[in-house]
Design a binder for this molecule. Structure first.
Ligand SMILES: CC(C)(COP(=O)(O)OP(=O)(O)OC[C@H]1O[C@@H](n2cnc3c(N)ncnc32)[C@H](O)[C@@H]1OP(=O)(O)O)[C@@H](O)C(=O)NCCC(=O)NCCS
Length: 169
């Protein structure tokens, strides 16, 4: 899997790979341990690791999961990759790992748009996607998408971050 250099270096010896079905449970556990991300059912993670391997990626350090991205291509917008969840273990953060995982997927897919939804108070995530737009020298549009009223239980609204068009690099 392609991986481009980014502006900040890292001391971690990171391996990027496509997920296996066994990674689903590991992702579920990592989210439970680190918090900050909505923990969906383990079934959901296993399903993504089975059926969406070309839009998902795992980062490992010494065989330990350092982070992951779970994405898919929205059927109505096949020229986009939608990041459903991106998570980096606390010990691996602030080393451009999230950026590098997303970039590796985008390079592989060659899509024109990167999309994700972000809640208003998730500043690290908002910064991550704005930074991706800067890195690709393109626009980051932030559009109201899911309102709190759409959810059955208390849930923050989710803004759609739509980044692009992405130029081939
Ligand atoms: C959000 C998250 C994935 C970022 O991972 P990361 O590998 O530490 O991020 P990166 O090192 O690639 O940083 C990317 C950009 O975001 C910024 N950023 C990352 N974490 C930040 C923080 N806690 N506070 C402020 N800025 C932050 C970085 O400075 C960088 O921006 P820059 O290019 O302007 O310097 C990680 O904090 C995480 O797993 N959080 C919990 C889960 C979550 O909220 N996921 C996103 C919703 S799906």
């Amino acid at each position: 899997m392609a991986e481009n250099a980014t502006s900040r270096t890292t001391d971690l010896d990171i391996r990027f790979r496509a997920p296996t079905p066994e990674d689903g449970a590991r992702m579920w556990s990592l989210i439970g341990e680190m918090g900050g991300l909505e923990q969906n059912t383990a079934y959901f993670y296993v399903l993504f690791c089975l059926d969406f391997t070309d839009t998902c990626i795992v980062a490992e350090v010494d065989g330990r999961m350092a982070g992951f991205v779970l994405g898919y291509r929205p059927p109505a917008r096949p020229d986009a990759m939608f990041v459903w969840q991106v998570g980096v273990a606390p010990w691996a953060r602030r080393q451009r790992l999230a950026q590098r995982m997303i970039r590796a997927l985008l390079d592989e897919l060659g899509v024109a748009w990167l999309e994700a939804t972000v809640t208003p108070d998730n500043e690290p995530s908002r910064k991550l996607f704005r930074s991706m737009a800067r890195e690709y020298d393109t626009e980051c549009r932030e559009i109201g998408f899911m309102t709190a009223e759409m959810f059955p239980k208390s849930h923050e609204p989710e803004d759609l971050f739509r980044i692009g068009p992405l130029k081939k690099q």
